[in-house]
Design a protein around this ligand. Structure first.
Ligand code: SF4
Length: 362
């Protein structure tokens, strides 16, 4: 018997699998083979939410598709639009979980930041999502559906086409490899988003970085470094205890040597914590061997901490120190601060008081 749980999710199958599944399904029901391409066009080019929208298919086929397949499409729980154009979408999944994606327009690109987990188990001390705890893994379809939903919204609201995708929303993407890697394949092969335009951001999950190093596609990697030594880093990122900095750097060397795979280092600037002048030198020594960019991110205050962002003078000092050592370093200006667009903030507002789930992130 076909149930919601056993129906394949056309949004979450990698393209080759989607095509083979459709070919078998349509063939068994006597439909011509060109219908496969028609259905896939509706999925990948039109972001179709259901077979009901597939207007060039016969009614009987649309009904059969609706009965046999899922088309994951989370409901919009809230949309917040900043004065700077940054737009945050809060999605409600069928089981009530909430996840976020953020559209960030600039003069030259439209970047979509998406989530890979509901909540996050990594508990980084500077992060609203980390404080709220882990709920569950997302499926490949739930990851890709954020892109489809945001792309539809962007087209309908005059934002144009999404040019870049970053996995910097809620969750640690490399702790959800069963969904992340199929989602990368679907986005790059199905939706034809160039691998170099997709960035996976990690706090340092070494096995995942090694897997990315071996991929033929040149997906980008962003590493949330946030401290240039083990002692300080383990105070900010608990995962540092499992994968200490030397091990992380070894994995990054493998990624770097794979060629054409640029690394971005993220470094949060917290007043009196990560911004001491000597740390700038230490940071330059750590990242100097890589073909890399360093993004300095002014800390975004979250309720429950007394930490404050670094002063402008400290930010400038850091940038100058890094640039003087030949490292490309920039300050990443905060976007959408009037709509709580930093990682996990909107969800944290909506789910205040709900208990996190204590389970493995695998
Ligand atoms: S910074 Fe990333 S990995 Fe760390 S708690 Fe937040 S979402 Fe999780």
């Amino acid at each position: 018997m076909i149930t919601a749980a056993t129906r394949p999710d056309l949004v979450g199958l990698v393209p080759e699998e989607a095509e083979a599944t459709l070919r078998t399904f349509l063939g068994e029901r006597g439909h011509p083979s060109y219908r496969v391409a028609q259905v896939l066009t509706w999925v990948y080019d039109q972001d179709s939410l259901s077979p009901g929208e597939m207007s060039n298919l016969p009614r009987a086929l649309r009904d059969q598709l609706a009965e046999a397949f899922q088309f994951t499409a989370p409901e919009v729980a809230k949309i917040s639009r900043s004065v700077d154009g940054t737009t945050k979408q809060l999605w409600r999944l069928p089981d009530g979980e909430l996840i976020e994606s953020v559209l960030i327009p600039t003069s030259s690109r439209l970047t979509l930041c998406i989530s890979s987990q509901a909540g996050c188990a990594m508990a980084c001390s500077f992060c609203a999502t980390g404080w709220a705890g882990y709920r569950r893994q997302l499926s490949p379809g739930e990851i890709v559906a954020q892109y489809r939903g945001a792309r539809r919204w962007a087209r309908e609201n005059g934002y144009g086409e999404i040019s870049n995708i970053v996995f910097m929303g809620m969750g640690e993407p490399l702790m959800n490899p069963k969904a992340l890697f199929p989602a990368l394949t679907i986005l790059s092969r199905g939706y034809r988003v160039g691998a170099r335009r997709i960035t996976v951001s990690t706090v340092g999950v070494v096995p995942g970085i090694l897997r990315m190093a071996e991929m033929p596609e040149q997906f980008r990697l962003a590493v949330s470094l946030h401290a240039p030594n083990h002692e300080l880093r383990q105070q900010l990122i608990p995962l540092e205890k499992k994968y200490p900095l030397p091990e992380l750097l070894d994995a990054l060397r493998r990624f770097d040597h794979a060629g054409g795979k640029r690394i971005t280092f993220e470094y949060v600037m917290i007043d009196g914590v990560t911004d001491a002048p000597e740390l700038a030198d230490e940071l330059a020594s750590v990242v100097g061997e890589f073909t890399a960019f360093v993004n300095l991110i002014p800390f975004n205050p979250i309720p429950g901490t007394e930490w404050r962002p670094s002063s402008r003078a400290r930010l400038s000092y850091f940038v100058q120190q890094l640039q003087a050592r030949g490292i490309s370093a920039f300050v990443r200006e905060s976007r959408g601060s009037d709509i709580a667009a930093a990682c996990g903030q909107l969800r944290a507002e909506v789910t205040q008081g709900r208990k996190p789930v204590q389970i493995s992130a695998r």
